[in-house]
Write a protein that binds this ligand. Structure first.
Ligand SMILES: Cc1cc2nc3c(=O)[nH]c(=O)nc-3n(C[C@H](O)[C@H](O)[C@H](O)COP(=O)(O)O)c2cc1C
Length: 227
């Protein structure tokens, strides 16, 4: 990768905004069109490279291609039924539970992924404690796990945009019963003994037809305030 990840800035700006306009929450997929492995790996890479608070990467991307499991998921994810039936690829983004400053996960992550030198681990851990306490992240299990879940939405957004940049459609989805989906995934051995929980879903593929309504958004004046 070069220091400057683009050649022609104006062209890139146009491409990004075109992709943002092209992207819509796709309702129906063409079940005959499949995303190539190469293209799908690129979407996963956009997720993997996403930023996260403390660089904690509290996520996993479960790619659900098994038709039997997709079938079972339909019972607990009513908002995803059509996508589970026809989307080329279907991802459950899992979020890691219990990502406290002093958890084994964080300590191991600092050592083996972030390659922090051993002698600074205690200092960093102290800083993380200060940060997590100050943001009320440690108040209870819910606040801690919600903090992890928030990070997964950054990966989600990047994956949707990366897909749109190469003409691949997508749907982000929260339309599932959280406890039931977790129970199902746990029974399939996919949550690493309760270490993870389903955070948000995303389908990828090719639209069956163009959206029947143009994109609607608040005006820039309503959402931006310069001070
Ligand atoms: C986190 C999240 C969860 C969503 N959940 C669902 C869902 O369960 N089912 C669905 O059809 N659309 C879902 N949507 C799509 C939104 O309704 C859609 O993004 C919004 O109406 C804006 O439309 P657009 O994405 O087509 O521009 C979700 C979107 C987000 C970002």
């Amino acid at each position: 990768m070069s220091n400057q990840p683009f050649k022609d800035k104006e062209q890139v700006k146009e491409q990004v905004l075109n992709a943002m306009n092209f992207r819509h929450a796709t309702k129906e997929y063409d079940k005959n069109r499949k995303i190539s492995d190469e293209d799908f790996n690129y979407i996963l890479e956009a997720g993997r490279l996403s930023p996260s608070s403390l660089g904690s990467e509290p996520w996993k991307f479960l790619v659900i291609q098994d038709p039997t499991l997709r079938e079972k998921m339909m019972e607990v994810a009513p908002g995803a039924v059509e996508k589970l039936k026809a989307a080329s690829h279907f991802v459950v983004i899992l979020s890691r539970k219990g990502v406290r400053y002093d958890s084994e996960y964080i300590l191991n992550h600092m050592k083996t992924v972030q390659h922090f030198p051993e002698e600074i681990l205690d200092t960093i851990s102290e800083q993380y404690k200060y940060f997590q306490e100050g943001k009320n992240i440690l108040d209870n299990e819910r606040t801690l796990n919600d903090w992890s879940s928030k990070q997964t939405y950054i990966a989600l957004g990047n994956m949707l945009t990366a897909a749109a940049m190469i003409g691949i459609d997508s749907t982000p989805m929260e339309g599932f019963q959280a406890d039931k989906l977790d129970a199902l995934l746990e029974s399939e051995g996919l949550l690493e003994d309760g270490a993870y929980s389903a955070s948000v879903l995303a389908a990828f593929g090719y639209r069956k037809e163009d959206p029947n309504r143009p994109k609607t958004r608040n005006s820039i004046e309503n959402v931006v305030k310069w001070v």
